[in-house]
Design a protein around this ligand. Structure first.
Ligand code: ATP
Ligand code: MG
Length: 599
């Protein structure tokens, strides 16, 4: 079953970025909005990226625009095609059925053929072509164009080749409260700079021997404006351009120009780039470009409690074997959340609800969990399963005798219908639903007591049989078969209702229960290494018994085990003899109870 589509909210979202976009369209500053989502392919996407994806695709969708998926791949040493592929898959999954019509991909192999100094093409116009292989945009497809732009800056006297070592460059830069000093190479002639830059490109210098720097202002209060490096030498293969290049543009140089090349109108990024904006504008304005320029707007990144989001830290968890991979269901990665059973629509609803602001804060995990529960409550079919089985014998039912009862598939959705579930002499109930010496107000099964088995009938516990060492080995009960709905005793009332499965019909399955990955809300703000705050009990594996219809649960079909939580079949464990199910989330917030407890 594919993910049901739910367009987050009936109201059109409103925030300061959307206001700007609306004004720009109303004033005729732009005819059509073009946004982009520009991940660096150095890791898997996480829920913070989902916020950015929903914002960029959402704005394009609401304004009949387009959003480009661009690999921001200017750093050859950390990037990989595995990450490119995972990013494409995750973005597709997240926007499928919602904004897939505007997913900005381009016909495969189409790069900027135009001469760098007169770049004037709109790849986005072709972005929705059908019927040919499509691929994302790659910043590395613009390396020729970017090289041309760098030469242009040199010709304008606005860039120079600098031979300072990395350490010297650092020293010359100064600090926020101390102005920097001019590099001794700052006044090289245009001809000399062009020749040296050419040699850099030809591979005549080793790594770090020299850099190309923008010639701006070493005394600027903004440290990013103190003659930033815009090209560096790296003799390294690149996942997309192979060994064609040994010089690579720096992020600040590549990003604004990639935006310009693609005709991006609104370049939306997180707040830490605010201090880079003067440089973004300086580069574009210095080049005297013919077309209208993109503008950068910043919003607060998503920070979520009890997890880590930085790709560097996620990589440490993956490489250290502390989780089972990038798609470990405990991770906040999109692939992990998907494997855990979170619907894409719940992620989008969450992104919509947290909104877009200028203030960094920590979003409580319960806000996310609320969105997941609400969505799953709407779509998930109800099933029964017992996580820690305890065997009961119903002595007034003969061996081989089977009764079939009707069970409702989803009380939230009458169209989901009903199903028949088998009931027989041997059943399993949850261990914790039986107590020999229960506390007051215990309404489940106890010696001499009655309880209702959901969808079936009332049973009474007659006898508890123990072995020599006092362990319960069998619980003998009688069933009041007339107490099922429609029976002569249907009106009988008991205080407790519990779930169960028929032992002769149920399937054995491994069930994985997850808890928060960390024991503290902000593991990266605690003392010492963040990994020491991993929750040792974040994964629990149980051998459960589930109702027979779950043998057919496949793909992303989500179901609720009544009273236990929402589940999905694990997408990695595909041995059909031994199905594995992941609990996406419990029915209620167990942590809320925990913290409400006194002490
Ligand atoms: P990280 O710091 O988590 O490793 P990043 O910022 O290096 O991530 P990029 O691949 O550069 O990751 O991010 C792609 C886009 O996603 C950028 O526009 C970035 O601003 C945005 N983004 C990254 N993290 C978040 C977040 N936590 N919340 C919202 N947007 C984010
Ligand atoms: Mg980044």
């Amino acid at each position: 079953m594919s993910d049901p589509v739910s367009i987050p909210a009936p109201s059109a979202p409103s925030d300061f970025i959307r206001d700007i976009v609306r004004d720009d369209l109303a004033s005729g500053r732009h005819q059509r909005v073009v946004t982009r989502f520009p991940p660096e392919p150095n890791g898997y996407l996480h829920i913070g990226h989902a916020k950015s994806i929903c914002l960029n695709f959402g704005i394009a969708l609401e304004n009949q625009g387009v959003c480009h998926l661009r690999m921001d791949d200017t750093n050859p040493t950390k990037e990989d095609v595995e990450y490119v592929d995972s990013i494409i898959a995750d973005v597709r999954w997240l926007i499928e059925g919602w904004a897939d019509g505007i997913l900005g991909l381009k016909p495969k192999g189409m790069g900027p053929e135009a001469a760098p100094d007169e770049v004037d093409f709109r790849l986005s116009a072709t972005a929705t072509h059908l019927g040919q292989p499509m691929e994302p945009f790659y910043a590395s497809d613009y390396f020729d164009a970017l090289y041309g732009f760098a030469r242009q800056l040199i010709r304008l006297g606005r860039a120079y080749v600098c031979d300072l070592t990395p350490e010297e460059t650092e020293q010359y830069r100064g600090s926020p409260d101390r102005p920097g000093r001019n590099s001794p190479y700052r006044n090289r002639t245009v001809e000399e700079n062009l020749a040296l830059f050419e040699k850099m490109k030809e591979g005549r210098f080793p790594d770090s021997a020299c850099t190309l720097r923008a010639r701006i202002d070493m005394e600027s209060p903004n440290i990013w404006m103190r003659d930033p490096v815009i090209y560096r030498i790296r003799h390294a293969d690149h996942h997309h351009t192979g060994n064609r290049w040994c010089i690579y543009p720096m992020y600040d140089f590549a990003h604004c120009l990639s935006d310009y090349i693609e005709g991006i109108t609104h370049s939306i990024c997180t707040l830490e780039f605010e201090v880079h904006r003067p440089l973004y504008d300086w580069i574009l304005e210095s080049l005297q470009l013919p077309r209208s320029l993109p503008h950068q707007f910043e919003f607060a990144r998503l920070n979520l409690g009890y997890t880590v989001m930085s790709k560097r830290k996620l990589l440490q968890l993956v490489q250290g074997g502390l989780v089972s991979g990038w798609d470990d269901p405990r991770l906040p990665t999109i692939s992990g959340l998907r494997r855990r059973g979170v619907p894409a629509s719940a992620l989008r609803a969450f992104a919509h609800e947290i909104g877009v602001t200028k203030y960094n804060g920590l979003t409580d995990l319960s806000v996310f969990e609320f969105a997941v529960r609400r969505e799953l409550n709407r779509v998930a079919v109800r099933r029964m399963g017992v996580l820690r089985p305890l065997r009961l014998v119903l002595t007034n039912i003969a061996e081989g005798e089977v009764h079939w009862f009707d069970a409702v598939n989803n009380p939230e959705d009458p169209s989901a219908g009903t199903r028949k579930i088998p009931f027989s002499r041997h059943i399993f109930i949850e261990q914790e639903d039986f107590q020999e010496n229960p506390p007051p107000k215990y309404f489940r099964l106890r010696p001499g007591g009655d309880v209702r088995l959901k969808y079936a009938c009332i049973i009474r516990c007659d006898e508890v049989i123990k072995n020599d060492v006092g362990e319960v080995v069998e619980i003998r009960c009688t069933a009041d078969l007339e107490s099922h709905s429609g029976g002569a005793n249907a009106a009988r009332k008991v205080k407790g209702t519990i779930h169960w499965v028929s032992a002769g019909h149920s399937i054995a399955a491994t069930v994985r229960l997850y808890d928060r990955l960390f024991t503290v809300a902000e593991p990266d703000k605690e003392e010492g290494d963040f990994r020491q705050y991993l929750n040792p009990e974040s994964l629990q594996e149980l051998e459960a018994q589930l109702e027979p219809s779950l043998a057919e649960a496949v793909g992303e079909t989500r179901f609720q085990l009544e009273r236990i939580g929402y589940f999905v079949r694990d997408s990695r464990e595909t041995d059909s003899n031994r199905p594995v199910f992941n609990r996406t989330i419990t029915l209620k917030d167990g942590w809320a109870k925990e913290s409400a407890r006194p002490g």
